[in-house]
Design a binder for this molecule. Structure first.
Ligand code: SDX
Length: 431
């Protein structure tokens, strides 16, 4: 059996031996850490589709088999048996909490739900119609201003406040989101309640008013828990890789998470859930049943948002879970949403069309999540904010892996330069 622990590379008559790293699930990687030092040559992988930037213990994905596990636990089991706060603990600390640990974590989130009163003035300074993702990114970064003791430089500084910083971030993003929603509509700000659980408290801050408490239907609370749980982490996606990049400079948790919010906003990434609904609404408004839209997508005239994935070349397991939960939620609430019918038809047509099948394009997490959030009266422009709330535990866990690795090493990719070769300055009178 050839030694699978070393690979050899031939170049210009020389041989270079590359160690091979093998993960706990058997995936292998040529370790090129010392390639440039030995050969003077770098590798090139635009979009990092074939490049591992780190080792991580948080999440495992097998894109070919449609497998997703948080800390080894299959997403299907967590979706069925767990809830967001417990899963957040698992993602961050690497184990399912004991009853005492779970209660302590939940109490810490309750304790940190309120935001600094002066942050209200920060909200006041933004236009009423500011996009909630712009507000979220700004306010998450601003947490470093209002809670400086939790925003320490980690590589060399104090790490004892990690639990409090993590709880502050995961808890306050709800309050920030609800405040953005209320202030955009000129509604009075609703403060968190100590007696409410994570999702109920969020929906209370969103939809209660001073005279009438919003009683969260259990089916809605379960749906919100499921949405957030399914978004809790997804290994080295664009925004998480950004969080790790920023963390590698020694930046604090809030700055790193704010960079994740910015990266997540793009329609090719977390912004896709908003783009899916806008796509379905446009198809519905055109009186199209999806057939025309699919035909145009195949010609490259548009993209079937919520379809395709860099890693999943099979069904995104989250899409399966959300698709089923979406039907159940709408049925329980007695909602007949024409967008769901269009989504189901798009899925059926695409899954039987060679253009999509040949490119291994399947529904991803964003395809049905928006229809669920719409049923919970979440405004479309806040869908990606909810994705961010769900993803906070993952960003915290990956920031912690980098910040507390014990051997700080800033991320600094190389490039292949394709610009002008050396040329001399030309005085302006000669141009
Ligand atoms: C998320 O990485 C993560 O883990 C992300 C995420 C997470 O939890 O963090 O899972 C969350 O971001 C999910 C993805 C949400 N984005 C969308 O739904 C937007 C629509 N999908 C795409 O734009 C696209 O599929 C990507 C961005 C998701 C993946 O793009 P890739 O891997 O770079 O693939 P590609 O753009 O090179 O496409 C390959 C081919 C192309 O056709 P050809 O050039 O071969 O003819 O597939 C086509 C593309 O045109 N294609 C699509 C398509 N997605 C790819 N054609 C129509 N509709 C689509 N959605």
């Amino acid at each position: 059996m050839p030694d699978t622990k070393t690979a050899s590379l031939q170049f210009l008559g020389k041989q270079y031996n590359l160690p091979v790293r093998i993960g706990t699930e058997g995936e292998a990687a040529f370790d090129i850490t010392r390639l440039r030092e030995q050969s003077g040559v770098i590798t090139f992988d635009e979009g990092y589709g074939n490049t591992g930037s780190c080792e991580s213990t948080v999440t495992y994905i097998d894109g070919e088999k449609g497998i997703l596990r948080y800390r080894g636990y299959p997403i299907e089991q967590l979706a069925e048996h767990s809830h967001f706060v417990e899963t957040a603990y698992l993602v961050i600390y690497g184990k399912l909490p004991s009853p005492v640990e779970r209660a302590k974590f939940s109490d810490l989130l309750t304790e940190h739900a309120a935001i600094h009163e002066r942050m209200v003035y920060l909200f006041e300074s933004y236009p009423r119609d500011a996009h909630p993702m712009a507000l979220l990114g700004a306010m998450v970064n601003a947490l470093a201003c209002y809670y400086p003791h939790l925003a320490t430089n980690t590589h060399f500084g104090d790490k004892d406040n990690f639990d409090e910083a993590a709880a502050t971030l995961i808890s306050k993003v709800r309050t920030i989101t609800a405040m953005a929603y209320r202030m955009s509509r000129g509604l009075p700000v609703i403060y968190p309640r100590r007696t409410l659980k994570y999702c109920e408290n969020f929906l209370h801050m969103m939809f209660s008013d001073p005279y009438d408490h919003y009683e969260c239907p259990p089916v809605v609370s379960r749906a919100m828990n499921l949405i957030l749980l399914l978004h809790a982490d997804h290994e080295q996606n664009c925004s998480t890789a950004t969080v790790r990049m920023v963390a590698s400079s020694g930046a604090n948790l809030f700055a790193s998470a704010a960079s994740g919010v910015c990266a997540l906003w793009g329609p090719f990434h977390g912004g896709a859930n908003q783009a899916v609904i806008e796509m379905l609404q446009a198809i519905h408004a055109d009186g199209d049943d999806g057939t025309r839209f699919i035909a145009e997508a195949k010609l490259g005239k548009n993209r079937l948002m919520g379809f395709g994935h860099r890693i999943y070349k099979n069904y995104d397991p989250r899409a399966k879970i959300i698709g089923k939960a979406c039907e159940e939620l709408l049925q329980t609430l007695g909602i007949k949403d024409p967008l769901l019918d269009i989504a189901r038809r798009l899925e059926y047509v695409a899954l039987n069309d060679s253009y999509f099948v040949d490119r291994k394009l399947y529904p991803n997490v964003d395809f049905y999540s928006g229809i669920m959030m719409r049923a919970m009266n979440i405004p479309v422009n806040m869908f990606t904010v909810l994705f961010a709330i769900g993803r906070m535990p993952g960003w915290v866990a990956h920031w912690r892996e980098v910040a507390m690795s014990g051997r700080p090493r800033i991320y600094r990719p190389r490039q292949i330069y394709t610009g002008s070769v050396k040329r001399d300055y030309v005085p302006i009178e000669q141009r």
